[in-house]
Design a protein around this ligand. Structure first.
Ligand code: UT7
Length: 306
């Protein structure tokens, strides 16, 4: 059980302008709007001209502006991503440079937990701000078009580009985590040069693990679903989301679904959704449960106050 005392200072996002529709994709591979929408819930996804660094920077800047944060108060930057154009320096390190943060001491690093990346990164940052770090900028960013094979209809219809960010500090709100992984399903979803995936097996794993993760984070912290105002899941397939809604007998209005607009943006999907949710609920603090799963396999859930 992991529980920390934090405060979510602000959130932000950056969504690239360029839209790729299902009809566009049906001109590239043998597919159709009807197949994609009924099997995944996706209508459009975004394609970035920006680099992973620029996407991350713009989401971070949005969170800084929305929270009226002095950028020089930030002394920890953690970036969850699997699509950086180069292995080193880290995106987090370059975000520090681009933001011109002039602190005497700043720790910056990237974290790879595929689509669970943001939930993992948030736990790492939440733990570190319990020590002597002041403010942490946590970013989930993905330029999936860097790794998508646009000749493979099994994968190219699913993914999109985006970035989301959150600034946290030590505070009075409880934040609960259950993060986990399993290393024996590594070949079901891999990205070397391009992404390879056994969609059906990933799907089966997801529909099993998501309700279990939600129950686990609640049970370990003696909470019930009734105490959760809203659920923000990783956006991989609307059928995966509808499956856990059914398993847990949830009210669909209490679950954020934006996959129709953005597709699967991997580590960016949860922070982008959180920021959209926050825009619509600016003046109320709510108990929000986030849940993700991805390659590895990795999975995790957290309960935060936003
Ligand atoms: O963030 C985590 C990462 N990934 C995921 O969460 C993905 C999880 N998996 C999925 O979302 C689904 O498995 C997919 C959307 C990838 C595929 O849906 P499915 O219902 O599992 O389809 P399937 O792979 O079982 O394929 C059904 C049929 C096949 O044809 P046959 O063998 O029945 O003749 C495929 O060849 O659909 C065919 N197909 C397509 N047809 C039109 C596969 N992709 C396409 C396509 N357009 N894009």
């Amino acid at each position: 059980m992991s529980k920390y005392k934090t405060k979510v200072v602000s959130t932000g996002r950056f969504i690239p302008d360029k839209i790729l529709t299902n009809d566009d994709l049906s001109k590239m591979v043998d597919t159709s709007d009807e197949w994609i929408y009924t099997r995944t819930g996706i209508k459009t996804r975004r394609i970035a001209d920006e680099s992973v660094l620029e996407l991350a920077y713009l989401a971070g800047l949005d969170a800084i502006k929305k929270g009226n944060v002095d950028k020089n108060d930030i002394d920890l930057i953690v970036v969850a991503t699997i699509t950086a154009e180069q292995k080193t320096p880290s995106i987090a390190n370059m975000v520090q440079k681009k933001l011109e943060i002039e602190n005497t001491q700043v720790m910056t690093f990237d974290l790879n937990a595929a689509c669970t990346g943001f939930v993992y990164a948030l736990e790492v940052a939440s733990a570190l701000v319990q020590t002597n770090f002041n403010k942490a900028l946590v970013i989930g960013v993905e330029k999936m078009t860097n790794v998508v094979d646009f000749t493979d209809r099994n994968t190219c219809i699913l993914f999109g580009d985006a970035a989301g960010a959150m600034i946290i500090e030590k505070g009075n709100d409880d934040i609960f985590f259950y993060n986990d992984s399993k290393g024996d399903l590594t070949d079901l979803l891999t990205v070397d040069d391009k992404i390879h995936m056994d969609g059906r097996k990933v799907y089966q794993f997801a529909v099993d693990i998501i309700p279990k993760s939600i129950n686990r984070v609640l049970e370990e912290n003696n909470l019930t679903l009734d105490e959760i105002d809203y659920i923000i899941p990783h956006q991989a397939n609307v059928r995966i989301i509808d499956s856990f809604i059914k398993t847990l007998n949830l009210d669909r209005d209490k679950v954020l679904i934006n996959i129709d607009k953005y597709g699967n943006t991997s580590a960016a999907s949860i922070p982008v959704a959180i920021d959209e949710y926050k825009d619509d609920n600016a003046n109320s603090v709510k108990n929000v449960l986030i849940v993700g799963f991805g390659g590895g396999f990795t999975w995790g859930a957290a309960i935060i106050k936003i």
